[in-house]
Design a protein. Structure first.
Length: 231
């Protein structure tokens, strides 16, 4: 069957989604691309190295993260121009979704190089589909600003939109976010999704005040997808 699969195309940037927790969520196509590419551009080479070793894949790794995106993008474009097949991965999930990747995709397209998505795990999609909130219209905003004033302004703006709101938040700011939601959108249903695809995956549902009360006696760990129902 492997002989019938089309070979990777030289000069192509492959955006390879990787598991967000459960290693079984890697796709067969992702594994083939990682095995057949010339180099893997990774957000964290140590973490990606562990993933590759788990699946018995040995490939050169190229560090590509937020603070070297500009320089590495130029190198990646040069490699693509030479006909190399490059797999771009992040620490977990789909490249470019609140993770490095967007800059190099734009650069590759501008340079006339081919970009191909290898879809798979994405925390946003996993959380939204199991949230119980409407999915026919939603607005994804990634991470909110760190500064309180900017966060409040952004939440106020988002509160005027129709459709479900979805954003990412760290465990260190989730309590702060619930407090802000209690002030800006006190009557909305909020769904917190944490530890997605892992052993302790959990969904917490309620108004901001109810969630604040429910989480007073426990420590919330893991990265969060926060979803807020429309009015």
């Amino acid at each position: 069957m492997a002989d019938a699969l089309p070979p990777l195309i030289p000069g192509t940037l492959y955006l390879v989604a990787t598991p967000i927790g459960n290693l079984e969520d890697i796709t067969l196509r992702a594994l083939r691309v990682l095995r057949e590419c010339d180099v893997v551009a990774a957000e964290d080479t140590r973490r990606t190295g562990q993933l590759l070793r788990h699946f018995e894949i040995s490939k050169p790794l190229l560090s590509y993260f937020q603070f070297n995106e500009a320089r590495r993008s130029e190198e990646i474009i040069e490699r693509l121009a030479r006909g190399e097949k490059i797999a771009l991965v992040t620490d977990a999930g789909t490249p470019g979704i609140s993770d490095p990747g967007e800059r190099v995709v734009r650069a590759a397209i501008a340079a006339g190089q081919r970009v191909e998505s290898v879809p798979g795990a994405c925390a946003l999609v996993a959380a939204l589909t199991a949230s119980g909130l409407p999915t026919d219209e939603f607005h994804f905003v990634g991470f909110l600003p760190h500064k309180s004033g900017q966060r409040r302004n952004e939440l106020t703006r988002l509160g005027q939109l129709t459709g479900t709101l979805a954003l990412y938040e760290s465990p260190y700011r989730i309590e702060k976010l619930l407090g802000e939601l209690a002030e800006v959108m006190p009557d909305r249903t909020v769904v917190l999704a944490r530890e997605l695809t892992k052993k302790f995956e959990e969904y917490l549902r309620g108004t901001p005040a109810e969630l604040i009360e429910a989480t007073k006696t426990r420590t919330l760990k893991g990265e969060f997808v926060v979803m807020v129902a429309a009015v």
